[in-house]
Design a protein around this ligand. Structure first.
Ligand code: HPA
Length: 274
């Protein structure tokens, strides 16, 4: 039986963060690895270490250098999570829900989730930025399992517009303005930390997946539970396992660095339009 959740632990964290930032905030970004330059365009930054937030899931597993960064973009208040929690690190799915519930209590209405992924669809290649249209969760990840907190949402809820259509349209037109096109695709969640076998990738493709990665869905599912709109942006950093003989993990960093500028400009533009 998993531990009983109580509303108070999320409230305690939100109260602590509010006591420092002292302002309301409507947009949050959770940054995928290699995409941290998104924070460069924030002004008047205030940084809060995860380890100072009373109930935040700091790491039993390893010392996380995670931070919440509050700041302004075009006079809009933004909060960024730099340092993400993954199931493969040893957290429980319910712990992965924690930051999103805290964001909800800070007043967040829109959550931008960014990640790196492998390209399964033959039309999606390293360097492409993909707006996530939907996901496939075959490992059964269920971040809101356990006692339901009515303060956040109903026991049963829909994932039908989990990656908000209007936000995707905004993202597409922002990309066009910046001179590139955004791909769209279905994200397959894999627990990791290993990359998939070639046979698994072939199966994912048959099932309708376009990209694969090891994050994001626990956050988007929790956001759906508590009524936060989500935009999922994935940077395809590598071909999926069946499109290469062997992965070179260095290529992933190289691609992230190469596309980081476009990615950052895109997020900036989207925030300005929300
Ligand atoms: N598989 C899973 N996760 C990933 C990949 C991949 O190919 N690339 C970046 N994250």
């Amino acid at each position: 039986m998993i531990k009983e959740k109580s509303f108070d632990i999320y409230k305690k964290d939100a109260d602590y963060i509010k006591s420092i930032i002292k302002e309301d905030v409507e947009i949050a970004i959770i940054l995928g690895s290699g995409l941290s330059s998104v924070m460069d365009f924030m002004e008047d930054k205030i940084e809060i270490d995860y380890k100072d937030i009373p109930k935040f899931p700091h790491t039993t597993v390893k010392i996380h250098k995670g931070k919440l960064i509050f700041g302004k973009v075009n006079d809009k208040n933004i909060i960024c999570m730099s340092g993400r929690f993954h199931y493969y690190e040893g957290y429980e799915f319910s712990e992965l829900a924690h930051p999103v519930y805290v964001l909800k209590l800070l007043g967040i209405k829109t959550l931008i989730l960014t990640n790196a992924s492998g390209g399964i669809n033959y039309n999606i290649n390293p360097g492409d930025i993909v707006a996530i249209t939907d996901h496939i969760n075959l490992c059964g990840a269920s971040p809101t399992r356990g006692n339901n907190l009515e303060e956040f949402g109903d026991r049963f809820y829909s994932l039908n517009n989990i990656y908000d259509k209007d936000l995707r349209e905004i993202a597409k037109s922002c990309a066009i303005k910046l001179g590139f096109s955004l791909k769209e695709g279905v994200y397959f969640y894999a627990v990791g930390p290993f990359f998939e076998t070639k046979a698994e990738i072939r199966a994912m493709r048959i099932l309708g997946a376009d990209i694969v990665g090891m994050s994001t869905i626990t956050e988007s599912i929790t956001a759906a539970h508590c009524g936060i709109k989500v935009l999922g942006l994935s940077l395809c950093t590598n071909y999926s396992s069946d499109r290469v003989i062997e992965h070179d993990m260095n290529d992933i960093d190289i691609i992230s660095k190469k596309v980081e500028g476009d990615f950052t400009n895109l997020v900036y533009e989207i925030i300005s339009r929300i």
